[in-house]
Design a binder for this molecule. Structure first.
Ligand code: ZN
Length: 138
């Protein structure tokens, strides 16, 4: 069995952003040479997510509004976590959007359903953060 590991680095300009990382995962898959197996892609931080959904800007605005209703960024002092930090909302948003995705690899391709794309969801950006790609198979 082969095993391949790679990190993707991000430094977003905004506090919250959604980035389609599907091309980066496809590139990593090509680099790995693995044709049959599993790819795990996870955020390595507790205030960002990796998730699968549609690459549609209206939906991404809906995510933003929905997450702000569930866990509004402000006022900062509404959260117990915000003693020395201001990112409690980002921890909560990440929790609901998830830490990782796992995708089957078949014939050297990501075995997606229709419209599935992989996103990095940043909820406390403007600093360096990373995503881990681990691919195993043969
Ligand atoms: Zn925190």
């Amino acid at each position: 069995m082969k095993s391949f590991r790679k990190e993707l680095w991000f430094e977003t300009r905004n506090r919250r952003e959604y980035i389609n990382i599907t091309p980066d995962i496809e590139k990593a898959l090509t680099e790995s040479g693995i044709k049959e197996g599993i790819a795990l892609i996870n955020a390595m931080h507790i205030t960002s997510s990796v998730f699968i959904n549609d690459d549609e800007t209206g939906l991404h605005k809906d995510f933003e509004l929905w997450l702000e209703k569930l866990a509004p960024e402000k006022p900062y002092n509404q959260y117990h976590h915000n003693g020395f930090e201001d990112n409690a909302d980002a921890h909560l948003k990440r929790q609901i959007m998830g830490r990782e995705v796992c995708v089957a690899i078949t014939n050297g391709k990501l075995d997606f359903g229709p419209w599935e794309q992989i996103f990095y969801g940043e909820f406390d950006g403007k600093r360096k953060k990373r995503v881990l790609i681990k691919i195993v198979g043969e």
